[in-house]
Design a protein around this ligand. Structure first.
Ligand SMILES: [Zn+2]
Length: 465
């Protein structure tokens, strides 16, 4: 018994709370915890348990399960010290403070804080001071809503209308909609939701004689960007936070529609114009910067292009090439190569395939978790989409690698006759065709176009495997 008590006398619990209120702002739970652990070590205490509550609004008064579990542990007298970052991590309300004082008094627990030193609730003076502090924190919480509103307004006004390019669909002078453009955005959003492509929206807008606010004909990429702009539902996204755009009198889209369109346009499966152009997506390298080229659209035709500038990387050439001709050339080269070289290509080790599959499962789990977090309200839309885009991108890249690495055995079964191979090729799926390319080609580099020439096979530099 004596031993147990002596041990408990050196035992501490740590309590961390994630919140957006004043002293918690910008201080992640890891840093709170780290500081508390350091303090425990400095005091020669043994940390028995760390309790963490995710309590994004201190004002909400939601129950804190970990906090309650911690009080239980203290009531059982299993620890004599409570360590926290700041007293305000413990109590959000005068009522909670009174309960805490009761527990601490009954159990003679000492509270240590990282930034406010000892939190003395054992003496009348200490308790009075704590009550004043608590009342101040409470006032802070109550004013927070007002302060947030002011901050939002100042950011929205300061950054609202930057001048220069007019946002498509709005007249920034009056904040009103430009009727023809707003109608086009709404019908474009409808088309996307109904499963039509960005190309189809682009054609519709060009057919209506609409131009970008620079006065250019619409191309695929600006249409896509325009349909995803947060100002369509009167939002501004700044540092991942959302602010209402007060200068817009009437948003063009409702929030729900905008989110649907945004989700559809960030899905890699729908962002490729049509299956035909996917054949070499991710296989071609730009000779200007060495970057991977993506399927895209140039002059309203399917193409592969260097996306360097979209990703903050510089490319002096931004090479692009027409997709159908390039697809046909690579197909013919691949068939010729297979016919020429009957030896079986080495298979990717199973361990590598397993590794990629494990990574894919991990990303899929992350996506599920993200969805759950979002459903339970732990993600703002902007942050959610940022993470969603990132994970979908990873998934797409891993999928490409898996397809390529699983592809090697494909060559074993192929006929070595060019006509039979061509028949097989034309009947096959794009995935199969991509697998065959992956197993027989090491690298395809696209050289810059020579002005005036329509299509030149010489621009495709193909290194067989
Ligand atoms: Zn490039």
């Amino acid at each position: 018994m004596l031993v147990a008590m002596t041990t408990a006398a050196r035992h501490a619990v740590i309590y961390c709370r994630i919140s957006r209120d004043h002293t918690g702002a910008g201080l992640g739970v890891d840093r709170q915890r780290e500081a508390c652990e350091k303090l425990a070590a400095a005091l020669g205490l043994i940390v028995l348990r760390v309790f963490v509550d995710n309590d994004l609004s201190a004002y909400s008064g939601m129950p804190r399960p970990q906090y309650l579990a911690m009080l239980e542990l203290l009531r059982r007298r299993e620890a004599s010290y409570l360590i926290t970052w700041h007293p305000d991590r413990l109590c959000r309300h005068p009522r909670e403070l009174e309960d805490l004082i009761d527990v601490l008094e009954q159990t003679a627990t000492t509270v240590k804080t990282c930034v406010a030193g000892d939190y003395d609730l054992g003496s009348p003076d200490g308790r009075t001071y704590a009550r004043i502090l608590g009342a101040m924190a409470r006032g802070e919480s109550e004013h927070k809503a007002d302060r947030q509103k002011l901050k939002t307004q100042s950011i929205a006004t300061a950054g609202g209308w930057p001048g220069g390019t007019r946002p498509f669909g709005y007249d920034p002078q009056s904040g009103a909609q430009v009727p023809a453009e707003a109608d086009a955005v709404r019908s474009g959003a409808r088309m996307i939701i109904e499963g039509q492509s960005v190309m189809a929206v682009m054609r519709a807008w060009n057919d209506l004689g609409l131009t970008t606010t620079f006065g250019n004909r619409w191309a695929r990429s600006p249409v896509r960007t325009t349909l995803m702009r947060p100002d369509l539902c009167a939002l501004r996204i700044y540092n991942g936070d959302e602010y209402p755009l007060t200068w817009i009198t009437e948003p063009i889209l409702d929030r729900d529609t905008w989110e649907k369109v945004r989700a559809l346009l960030t899905n890699p499966q729908t962002s490729v114009p049509h299956a035909r152009t996917r054949l070499l997506h991710g296989f071609l390298y730009c000779s200007g910067c060495g970057g991977v080229m993506s399927s895209t659209v140039a002059n309203e035709k399917a193409a592969y292009g260097c996306k360097a500038d979209d990703h903050g990387r510089q490319c002096p050439r931004r090479v692009s090439i027409q997709a159908p001709q390039c697809d046909d050339f690579v197909r013919d080269e691949v068939i010729a190569k297979i016919v020429r070289s009957p030896e079986v290509t080495a298979k990717t080790p199973d361990s590598e395939t397993a590794e990629i599959k494990a990574q894919i499962s991990a990303v899929k789990r992350d996506l599920e978790q993200l969805q759950n977090d979002r459903d339970s309200g732990h993600y703002e839309t902007a942050r959610y989409y940022k993470r969603y885009d990132l994970l979908q991108g990873q998934l797409a890249a891993l999928g490409e690698r898996l397809t390529a690495s699983q592809a090697y055995p494909v060559l074993d079964d192929l006929p070595r006759d060019p006509i039979a191979l061509r028949v097989l090729w034309d009947a096959a799926t794009v995935d199969w065709q991509r697998a065959v390319i992956a197993s027989s080609v090491a690298r395809i580099v696209i050289l810059p176009a020579v002005p005036g020439r329509r299509f030149d096979n010489g621009r495709i530099s193909l290194t067989p495997r």
